[in-house]
Design a binder for this molecule. Structure first.
Ligand code: UDX
Length: 438
């Protein structure tokens, strides 16, 4: 097993650090944010991620996982350093690499002996060489090192299982020595024959963007199909169910909704288009997916306005679901944000409920009434909108909800609810791509 430093304690760094400790490595997760590090040391994980508390606690208990703000000291004592800092979107879709650059600098300054430097953060293709040059410049030849691209494929809400049982591990490197070391780091996965893709750095960096952009294209494709089904009388549920029976298509990521959000798809699709444009390549398909995703958010407000017979002014609306997806408290790029903006412009009184994301959305929309249950949120409202695919909404008691509402009007933007049941209870309702199903 190896001594490892993980730079960055967000959901990639923390999940990867705790996971690598669980594989038997000795891991220190470091961050410049002292408050965040002391919170985590007190067992408080600063975001909701199912199973992460237990994974961290178990490995702190065994002494394999610890935390520090002294990045330099931790790097000096490590055999492998993972860069897991954030790479937010800068202007025109370009990724902001300042945190990556800072990490490279501190690694170079503390390169006391041979180390492998693995980048987990999603970085533009070619960044591996950028990191190599920063470390070389700051290490002044003190010791040798090798660079690896080791992108993560973690989904928020499923990050722990995605790390512990990955579909594949991608390793990009030009060094046999680095490859041997990283195989030791991931030894349990090698033993259970997890597929390993060993390639060069830029190919590994490309695999990450290619995967995320394809998933975004798939979502935009099914959203556009759903919009067509609304107009041609087809049922998108049956369309996608039949499509999924073709193994080449699969059932995954064929659920229409209000548009994709999160800290990855919006950023990674734009970053990929930007990188391609810099190399004179036009990614029409990915650009179309980005445009279709923006359109889908306006489709939600258009369908709600139509459902309300163009009379939304000063109405009371319940918004069920605030997070960009279920099983997370993350509201970054959530499609609920443009909806709340639209409702505010209409002077609507909004009552919102999300099992986990109320607090985070309240930072952006303090004037919304945040409720602690479905029943509290729908009480006396003129309409309800289901925006996040939480199981709790899938299974809610529609008869009870109907009784509590002022008007039985509902927009199911995730197709969670049975149109037949909504009809039977007397709802006037909309969904996505199932307008013919009653
Ligand atoms: C994504 C990738 O899945 C993951 O591999 C990568 O490492 C990080 O980015 P994440 O953004 O956490 O993960 O969530 P994901 O489950 O991919 O969903 C992204 C968005 O697409 C969410 O807004 C979700 O609601 C939406 N979505 C997903 C759909 O609208 N329909 C679907 O069928 C699936």
């Amino acid at each position: 097993m190896k001594k490892i430093t993980i730079i960055g304690t967000g959901y990639v760094g923390l999940v990867s650090g705790a996971g690598l400790a669980d594989f038997g490595n000795e891991v220190v997760c470091v961050d410049i944010n002292k408050e965040k590090v002391s919170q985590i040391e007190d067992g408080i994980i600063p975001f909701y991620e199912p199973g992460l508390n237990e994974l961290v606690a178990r490995n702190v208990e065994t002494g394999r996982l610890s935390f520090s703000t002294n990045i330099g000291e931790s790097v000096q004592e490590s055999e492998a350093v993972f860069i897991a800092v954030w790479t937010p979107m800068g202007n025109d879709g370009e990724a902001d690499l300042s945190a990556v650059e800072d990490a490279g600098r501190v690694i170079g300054q503390n390169l006391t002996d041979y180390k492998v430097v693995a980048t987990k953060s999603t970085v533009p293709i070619g960044t591996g060489e950028f990191i190599r040059s920063i470390i070389r410049e700051n290490s002044k030849g003190r010791a040798e090192f090798d660079i690896i691209s080791n992108p993560e494929f973690l989904r928020e809400g499923a990050a722990v299982s995605d790390f512990m049982i990955p579909n594949r591990v991608v390793i990009g490197t030009d060094s046999e020595r680095a490859l041997a070391l990283i195989k030791e780091v991931y030894r349990p996965l090698f033993i259970n024959e997890t597929p390993m893709v060993i390639t060069n750095i830029q190919t590994a960096e490309t695999i990450k963007y290619a995967s995320n952009a394809f998933l975004a294209v798939k979502i935009s494709y099914v959203n556009e199909l759903a919009n067509l089904c609304d107009e041609n009388g087809a049922d998108i549920h049956t369309v996608t169910r039949a499509m999924a029976l073709d193994g080449r298509i699969s059932s995954k990521f064929l659920h229409p909704g209000p548009g994709y959000g999160g800290s990855c798809f919006p950023k990674d699709t734009k970053a990929l288009v930007h990188q391609a444009k810099e190399r004179g390549v036009n990614l029409e398909v990915v650009k179309a997916a980005i445009r279709a995703n923006e359109f889908q958010k306006s489709r939600v407000t258009e369908k709600l306005e139509r459902l309300m017979k163009n009379d939304l002014d000063n109405k009371t609306i319940a918004v069920l679901g605030l997070a960009f997806k279920a099983n997370t408290d993350d509201v970054r790029e959530s499609p609920v944000i443009p909806l709340l903006t639209f409702l505010a412009e209409k002077g609507c009184n909004v009552r919102a409920y999300d099992p986990k994301a109320n607090k985070n959305m309240a930072k952006l929309f303090p004037d919304v009434n945040y409720c602690s249950s479905i029943e509290e949120a729908v009480k006396g409202v003129d309409a309800a909108v289901v925006m996040t695919e939480w199981h709790e909404f899938r299974g809610m008691d529609l008869a009870r909800v109907g009784e509590l509402m002022n008007e039985k009007v509902l927009f199911d933007a995730r197709n969670l609810l049975s149109p037949n049941e909504l009809n039977r209870i007397g709802f006037r309702f909309e969904n996505i791509g199932r307008s013919s199903v009653r």
